[in-house]
Write a protein that binds this ligand. Sequence first.
Ligand code: WTA
Length: 661
Amino acid sequence: MSESIDSVLKEKRKFKPSAAFAKNAIIGSATKLAALQKKAAKNPVKFWEEQARTLDWFKPWKKALVWKHPFAKWFAGGRLNIAYNCLDRHLKTPRKHKAALIWEGEPGEVRTLTYHQLYLEVCRVSNVLKNLGVKKGDVVAIYMGMIPEAVMAMLACARIGATHNLVFGGFSAEALRDRIHDSKAVCLITQDGAYRRGAVVNLIEAADRAVAQCPTVKNVLVYQRMSTRPTMKDGRDHLWQDLVPKAPTESPAEKLDSEHPLFILYTSGSTGKPKGILHTAGGYLTQVAYTSKIVFDLKDEDLYFCTADIGWVTGHSYVVYGPLANGTTVFLYEGAPNYPRPDRFWDMIERHKVTIFYTAPTAIRAFMRAGDEFPKKHDMSSLRLLGTVGEPINPEAWIWYHEMIGAKRCPIVDTWWQTETGSILISPVPGATVTKPGTATQALPGIIADVVRDDGTSCKANEGGSLVIKHPWPSMLRTVFGDDQRYVETYWRKFAKQGYYLAGDSARRDEDGYFWIMGRADDVVKISGHRLGTAEIESALVANHKVAEAAVVAKPDDIKGSALVAFVTLKADAAKAALGNGRVHHLKEELRAWVAKEIGPIAKPDEVRFTDALPKTRSGKIMRRLLREVVTGSVKTGVKGDTTTLEDFSVLEKLRQGDEE
Ligand code: WTA
């Protein structure tokens, strides 16, 4: 971590938007942006009201913000429908027959759905859900790959006022079960299999195992993606292809309250149990629509490609809701970025003439590693804007992206936000902001962000502190589903006196006020841009009968950003068996596979190390800070951290020896 801070501190390069880009941009100058920021800062609520008016409302709101710290209601009393705003309202315009989705499957087939066609399908799916007994306010779990039907499923829920709960297709049956269980979903929408790197991810099998333990789920709707009809459970399972094509295409959009729950999305925190982040309709759509428009400078001619999976928040806000609310043509891709070769993205950009490309730093680093010959083979002159999200981008990767993909022509928007914030809060505005590699630059209009000390006062230039948001914003999470107290504790306790939202990131602001994100301040790690809680992985490990105790920490990794190291104390008999028979390696592999099964392959530790004991404080807390020093190698030259609260000093010495084996 300190190395990366040093390297970004040395980063002094600045990139001005080109005159050619600025000329046609929605916000085309620094002066215009500054004026907008000033106006919005004076009265953020009024500013967001203006943005909310760009949506179609069935009934106007009474009060724009009702704020009972830390619970917010935006546009309360107003009525709207998210699917109506993403589909129906475009049908009255020349966008009716414009492509809403252009999809490419991993094997190479291409499908296009116009706004009108997508609308008809969404109405059909809405009717199918209603026939299956799904009612307004019910939760519907969605466990699918990147296919147009996943988008239809989301919009159909939004249309009838069901709350969707997407579970990333890379999660295991156990993770799916927990998320269905916690959200009390009554219906699951899934598919038989999804293509990934030339293989088939068997979603229906995992779904079956999960649903077997979820009595709340009454019906399962299965989309058939593969060539043979999937095996279905009588009475519970329904084939999409049997029901949807026959369903009527009339389905009035429910007139929902602005605060009606739109979705729950589970995300990892610093304790073992994932949090169900709850987002509601009106404020969320207002802000994702606005930020999509100004950050991606969306125009009707664009073909916009965000590579995020819809199972993550980026997929919700910037594959589906934000772009569709703007009437944009969204490019959707099913499979792996490097299949069949590391130039798959570049090849698709060239063939489809993608104009805006939004991806994660980890992908950029992997492409850098794969070699320049791959992008060089392709004509990517259609691109006009690039974006990144999910973790800090190192300046080297930023420059490579700028030169190799953007041909020095495309501005880069480094967008900072979280599942909790719902939409981008800190980012360059591409026609206006002077960018510097490695920083998300400034808060967008209407957002009051800062870096503060523990007492709540603002940090000086380049002084590290906590990233906070000082005023409520429309797309903020409303609570942790079913757990208001956890919501208050996690995000609002630390600066309760000041009323600031605690993002959980450490950051600094440079002499220009730009935000440099230094990483998480809690036990959340970013692995390949995916957010994982080390506590969740630890609890998966200790659920194994051979494990007594586990601590998981991250160490820097060139491509993934971070790699996971699990320190494991075995139960005596397991330890004896493994060590006695020389099966240490085997047991390590067994535990890695165990985590993959419990949570999903993304959470698999890169390394497992066995230890007799873990370093602890006198009160019994595991000192992960010291373990971090062990994995980053700094412990070899003596532990730097304060060790006076260590329970057993010899433990560290043993860990060090283990490290040198
Ligand atoms: C990190 C993803 C630096 C940050 C949308 C945040 C970033 C966490 C950036 C949220 C960025 C996201 N620069 N760090 N541009 N964007 N992060 O919930 O630590 O998966 O708190 O949302 O990702 O991750 P989440």
